[in-house]
Design a protein around this ligand. Structure first.
Ligand code: FAD
Length: 302
């Protein structure tokens, strides 16, 4: 069996694996897609100490760093079940069952997609999901934020300081964000809020040039010209496979303590799949290191 088995090969999982391997314990890592979300990221400007890099390049460096250690890498494998027996058992979709004394879940998250024409086509060509990451690319431009919950309104406030104009589109008749955020949003001169708006299509040629929505009150169709669309309708943690075993909050995020421990002894979690407050590369790495040290602490006590 493994001492530490990491599930997930993004920034959190890679860091957890390196920290474990550096303790000289038997470490494995299972990843559906080594690199994780950063494989879908173009420019990264907030990975501190590296002024600029690109997702695929950072993913390759992560993998190279992990390979420098004695880590058993099982790439292109998906975990489908976890069970705590004497050891912790993780069953993969290919039928294999891996056993480990401690497990670190770092399966990340995925942005909830709108699922309208143009969204996939213009991803990274005007369609963005992370205002902290891609906001500065839209300096002086007109952008839309889709979603009027807390993340959408926070994104709009953030973007209003960078972009020329921000249009917020909310599907429901009212914004769902906290009142303080709404007050702040409405105080900004360069923000327009459109409620009852169902986004129908993101338009463009080689990149985004606009967005079509249906006014749900009247059924009328409208088109707005703009250069960027931030989709802010939620982040979905990849934790469905832990249903019934590891405790999660109502968003599906794994609940962890400050050492990354879950409610199941020996099972730790890190990164975007947890209830951590913010989801970023550098934060996921920090949480991966934390969970790995937490797991090591657990091992020497058990
Ligand atoms: P992930 O990166 O999501 O990795 C999860 C890993 O788990 C993957 O290897 C995945 O294949 C694997 N996995 C999932 N389910 C299973 C399973 N059942 N079995 C086995 N493996 C599984 N952050 C920044 O700091 N700066 C940026 O500029 C930035 N830009 C971004 C741009 C985009 C388009 C996106 C989507 C995100 C961006 N982020 C950025 C956020 C950042 O990518 C995430 O916070 C970070 O990748 C989270 O790391 P993680 O390891 O927790 O999860």
């Amino acid at each position: 069996p493994f001492d530490v088995l990491v599930i997930g090969g993004g920034p959190a999982g890679a860091t957890a694996a390196i920290y474990a391997a550096r303790k000289g314990i038997r470490t494995g890592i299972v990843a559906e897609r080594f690199g994780g979300q950063i494989l879908d990221t173009l420019g990264i400007e907030n990975f501190i100490s590296v002024k600029y890099t690109e997702g695929p390049k950072l993913a390759a460096s992560l993998e190279e760093h992990v390979k420098h250690y004695n880590v058993d890498i099982m790439n292109l494998q998906r975990a489908k079940r976890l069970e705590k027996k004497d050891l912790i058992e993780v069953e993969l979709e290919n039928g294999a069952v891996l056993k480990s004394k401690a497990v670190i879940v770092a399966t990340g998250a995925r942005w909830r997609n709108l699922g309208v024409p143009g969204e996939a086509e213009f991803k990274n060509k005007g369609v963005a999901y992370c205002p902290h990451c891609d906001g500065p690319l839209f300096e002086g431009k007109h952008v839309a934020v889709i979603g009027g919950g807390n993340s959408g309104v926070e994104a709009a406030i953030d973007l209003a300081g960078i972009a020329k104009h921000v249009t917020v589109l909310e599907f429901a008749p009212e914004l769902k964000a906290d009142a303080v955020l709404q007050d702040r949003l409405y105080s900004l001169p360069n923000v327009t809020v459109i409620k009852n708006a169902q986004t129908k299509e993101i338009t463009g040629t080689d990149k985004v040039n606009g967005l079509t929505y249906i006014d749900r009150a009247t059924g009328e169709e409208h088109h707005i010209e703009l250069q960027g669309v931030f989709v802010q309708i939620g982040l979905v943690p990849n934790t469905e496979w832990l249903e019934g075993t590891v405790e999660r909050n109502r968003f599906g995020e794994i609940i962890v303590d400050k050492r990354g421990a879950t409610n199941v002894p020996g099972v730790f979690a890190a990164g975007d799949c947890t209830d951590s407050a913010y989801k970023q590369i550098i934060i996921s790495m920090g949480l991966g290191a934390t969970a790995s040290l937490g797991a090591f602490d657990y091992l020497i006590r058990n």
